[in-house]
Design a protein around this ligand. Structure first.
Ligand SMILES: Nc1nc2c(ncn2[C@@H]2O[C@H](COP(=O)(O)OP(=O)(O)O)[C@@H](O)[C@H]2O)c(=O)[nH]1
Ligand SMILES: [Mg+2]
Length: 307
């Protein structure tokens, strides 16, 4: 069962939280994995509470699918005294030494303190945490050079903990902390569903398609124009989708086949046909987001009225 189909009942959440609290006592810092295409929506704010003052290395995974310029912006925005961010392609690899170097830097104060007290610094210890599907197992397995993180997928599954050695300076718990995706805003729900990180039966395909068409019209109009060979971006996202459908022949008896259009468009987004896209920008540059969510809400309302 893919981890994205986990049903998060309150009992699961409480157990996952307790397990994370237990494991956190054993580590110096946290490696939090978020999806580079949605660094905001793929986080669970509970981690701030649980992490307390422990340093945090945020890995923006799936950088191969995110817009490189937007990833740079996110990395800058995430950087602060206790937090450092790195973009990674967990499938391609080649991140291990960067992760180690960054971990040493993040924990410099503690290492210095140990040295001053005459203690030879031991390997740094970290736990990996994040919502389902961000790449926790892929990361741990890659460090281990084998399949280590198997049972960690399910909240509350206990087993004996093992340390995965990433060289002599870093050890990572083989069991990741699994947090649940948050649905605090309608936008986050739409983005998580559009990227396949939550089941899409909790949102309408139409809302997803309209939201994505609107976001792309505003941020990457050229992608829509080039991918589908349309003339221009129309006044509304739906009109743009209609133009795409006509161009592509997603028709039924000469009319735009709405279902097929919405479904195929979302499939194209998920398969990466429209290129590397980041679906949300760091807070400062983020004026269009709520606007797009409002539109999706309006579209849903219209649909309800029609029904
Ligand atoms: N393209 C790409 N896919 C990734 C990356 N990291 C993980 N994946 C894929 O994302 C899916 C979820 O990864 P997994 O490690 O199971 O996530 P987990 O639920 O957090 O343990 C798998 O299909 C991985 O192959 C990445 O950096 N790039
Ligand atoms: Mg996993």
């Amino acid at each position: 069962m893919p981890s994205s189909t986990i049903q998060w009942f309150p009992g699961h959440m409480a157990k996952a939280r307790r397990q994370m609290e237990e494991n956190l006592k054993k580590v110096d810092f946290i490696i939090e994995i978020r999806d580079a295409r949605m660094p905001f929506s793929s986080r669970n704010p509970l981690i701030d509470e649980l992490a307390g003052k422990k340093p945090r290395l945020v890995l923006l995974s799936k950088m191969d699918k995110a817009d490189p310029e937007d990833t740079k912006r996110w990395i800058e925005a995430l950087h602060n005294e206790h937090t450092s961010a790195l973009a990674v392609d967990l499938i391609k690899g080649g991140f291990k030494n960067k992760v180690i170097a960054r971990s040493l830097e993040l924990n410099k104060a503690m290492i210095e303190k140990q040295k001053k007290r005459g203690i030879r610094p031991r390997a740094l210890r970290a736990m990996v945490a994040g919502i389902p599907n961000v790449g926790k197992s892929t990361f741990i397995n890659s460090l281990a050079g084998r399949k280590a993180a198997m049972t960690g997928d399910r909240p509350g599954v206990t087993k004996s903990l093992q340390w995965i050695k990433a060289g002599s300076d870093l050890e990572v718990l083989d069991t990741p902390g699994v947090l649940w995706p948050k649905f605090e805003s309608q936008e986050s729900g739409l983005i998580l569903a559009a990227l396949g990180s939550i089941k899409d039966d909790v949102v309408h395909m139409d809302d997803l398609a309209i939201y994505c068409a609107k976001y792309l019209s505003e941020h990457h109009p050229e992608r829509l124009i080039e991918t589908y060979g349309i003339e221009k971006i129309e006044e509304t996202p739906w009109e743009t989708l209609e133009a795409i459908a006509r161009k592509r022949g997603w028709l039924q008896r000469g009319q735009v086949d709405e279902n097929r259009t919405m479904r195929t468009f979302i499939q194209d987004i998920r398969s990466g046909k429209l290129g590397r896209i980041t679906w949300e920008l760091p807070p400062v540059a983020d004026a269009h987001q709520s606007e797009a969510a409002d539109d999706a809400e309006e579209a849903a309302k219209r649909e309800d009225e029609q029904a």
